[in-house]
Design a protein around this ligand. Structure first.
Ligand SMILES: *[C@@H]1O[C@H](CO)[C@@H](O)[C@H](O)[C@H]1NC(C)=O
Ligand SMILES: *[C@@H]1O[C@H](CO)[C@@H](O)[C@H](O)[C@H]1NC(C)=O
Ligand SMILES: *[C@@H]1O[C@H](CO)[C@@H](O)[C@H](O)[C@H]1NC(C)=O
Ligand SMILES: *[C@@H]1O[C@H](CO)[C@@H](O)[C@H](O)[C@H]1NC(C)=O
Ligand SMILES: *[C@@H]1O[C@H](CO)[C@@H](O)[C@H](O)[C@H]1NC(C)=O
Length: 480
């Protein structure tokens, strides 16, 4: 029976094989549009990061056995987008990207990896040429696929009231990625951020990423949101307040993760709200966390890692049914073009500590803007994760760059970023500040804790055996 279903799905998936490429998606006002047909585009998606045969995080788009196993099930859900959190930029993705395209599926891609990402503990130290090269090379590798919808510069770097200083580096990274896309004359590809659902600083962060000079702003703001549990409602979940509070926001907003699992199986009744005119003037859809079942229990399907067997779970069928009976709003869904960029939020010690003066692109990275980023070095390439403790080690050029990073922070801003890097130099354990991060999220907001849980586990499944996952969650490993 299962075999039969698989065969039918596979046939359906290949039969769609398209003549024309998917049209690039563009941002207009606070919404996404098909750049050719001019139709509004709502993200209907799932987060897709199946682990490898060892249970470790792997690049699913470099392995045709993996993507060709899953794409029929993704297609059959009735979605149009997947989000992938982790790829190896040195790998060949052409077969999987073509298969996605043949099945009308766009990709929202996170550029960060475990070893190449903004550090929550040492944000300014992690802002260096290694990170720039990694991010730019990932752009090089994916920009030419027309079904590449957007780049996520980072996920949940700011995850509580105590990590808002990292937003300074986040915003610099977004600015640099945008500048690189422009410098290379690539098509316009939106660059933005996927935020943890933190009550205390949600609006400061959103407005911070949308304030100041045009070329420093994000091009979308996405939220990992677990506030609608079971058969909640537009008002009880708090969706209504978010729509209201973001009603004058000028960028597209979508849920980069949704699907609270406190009530199981998940009925996904929020789908009817997300794709309704109650939300479409502000929100542009979202992605359900997550395709494959892991220990954190958010899966739509069971997959035995390394096998080609996929078992559909009740959540899969529920989501499929909700998507099938929920059309997008007609017309343009009352999107807005008249909203203005935001005012930069005020610095409030202990609550909002990002600087409105961004550090300059590290000097060692400036040549990438003219010469390109060069060879993608992959997940086994150099890490950008320097700390005060290791910054004097090894490669002299790394040490040089790292100090350039810090000094530009010092001169470039007042600066929450650099002072934090300096302030934490005495912290021997890099987990100390993140541990408080996780604790504070859990203490202040149950939905944030839930979001964190979902994400933290997907993050740490990178290199850790499952048994270490819980420990790492507690210590809030700050890899993204
Ligand atoms: C980009 O894609 C087009 C077709 O979609 C192809 O002809 C072209 O060679 C690609 N360019 C690069 C630099 O990969
Ligand atoms: C919406 O904004 C108001 C202030 O404008 C704030 O008090 C409230 O907490 C916000 N609601 C949510 C759900 O973020
Ligand atoms: C999915 O996997 C989980 C954990 O291995 C197992 O408990 C459950 O029975 C599986 N469900 C199905 C429908 O195979
Ligand atoms: C949006 O509205 C909120 C309060 O309703 C206000 O604080 C904020 O400044 C407004 N933003 C813009 C860009 O108008
Ligand atoms: C934030 O950091 C301060 C100072 O390090 C600490 O006293 C406070 O408890 C932290 N707050 C949270 C919510 O973790």
């Amino acid at each position: 029976m299962k075999f039969l279903a698989t065969a039918i799905l596979a046939a359906a998936a290949t039969a769609v094989s398209s003549v024309a490429a998917l049209n690039p998606i563009e941002v207009k006002g606070n919404a996404f549009f098909d750049s050719v047909t001019g139709e509004r585009f709502y993200i209907r998606g799932v987060d897709y990061q199946p682990p490898d045969a060892n249970g470790d995080t792997a690049d699913p788009l470099k392995d045709y056995d993996v993507c060709s196993r899953d794409v029929p099930y993704l297609k059959n859900l009735g979605l149009n987008t997947i989000r992938v959190y982790h790829v190896d930029n040195s790998a060949d993705h052409s077969e999987c990207m073509q298969l996605l395209e043949d099945n009308d599926i766009y990709l929202v891609l996170d550029v960060a990896t475990a070893d190449q990402s903004i550090s929550r503990d040492y944000p300014m130290y992690s802002y260096n040429y290694v990170l720039a090269q990694h991010n730019f090379a990932t752009i090089d590798v994916f920009q030419n696929y027309t079904n590449l919808l957007a780049f996520v510069a980072a996920n949940e770097v700011v995850n509580d009231v105590n990590s808002t200083n990292t937003a300074t580096v986040l915003k610099a990274v977004i600015r640099d990625m945008r500048a690189y896309i422009k410098a290379m004359d690539y098509r316009s590809i939106p660059v933005g951020y996927a935020a943890a659902d933190v009550e205390e600083n949600r609006y400061q962060l959103a407005h911070y990423l949308n304030c100041g000079d045009e070329d420093t702003r994000a091009e979308f703001f996405a939220i990992n949101d677990y506030s609608w549990c079971g058969s909640s409602s537009f008002s009880v979940s708090g969706y209504s307040t978010k729509v209201k509070n973001f009603s004058n926001y000028s960028l597209p907003i979508f849920f980069s993760e949704f699907g609270c699992n406190l009530v199981q199986p998940r009925p996904f009744t929020e789908v009817a709200s997300i794709y309704s005119t109650q939300m479409s003037s502000v929100f542009s859809g979202g992605l359900v966390y997550e395709y494959v079942q892991e220990v954190n229990d958010y899966g739509l399907v069971n997959v035995t890692a390394g096998s080609d067997e996929v078992t559909v779970l009740t959540d899969y069928n529920n989501l499929k049914a909700m998507l099938a009976k929920t059309d997008d709003p007609s017309g343009t869904g009352n999107y807005k073009t008249s909203n203005k960029a935001s005012e930069c939020p005020d610095y409030v010690a202990g609550l909002w500590e990002a600087s409105n003066t961004l550090p300059d692109l590290p000097e060692e990275a400036s040549a990438y803007m003219t010469d390109g980023a060069g060879t993608p070095l992959g997940t086994d390439g150099p890490s950008n994760q320097w700390t005060p403790a290791n910054s004097d080690d090894g490669d002299a050029s790394l040490t040089g760059s790292q100090s350039a990073g810090t000094s530009s922070a010092r001169s470039g801003s007042s600066s929450a970023g650099s002072s934090s890097a300096i302030a934490t130099t005495t912290g021997g354990s890099s987990s100390s500040s993140s541990a408080s991060s996780a604790a504070s999220s859990a203490a202040t907001s149950s939905s944030a804790a839930n979001a964190n849980l979902g994400h933290a586990q997907s993050a740490v499944s990178f290199a850790m055996p499952a048994a270490a996952v819980v420990v790492c969650f507690i210590f809030g490993l700050a890899v993204f």
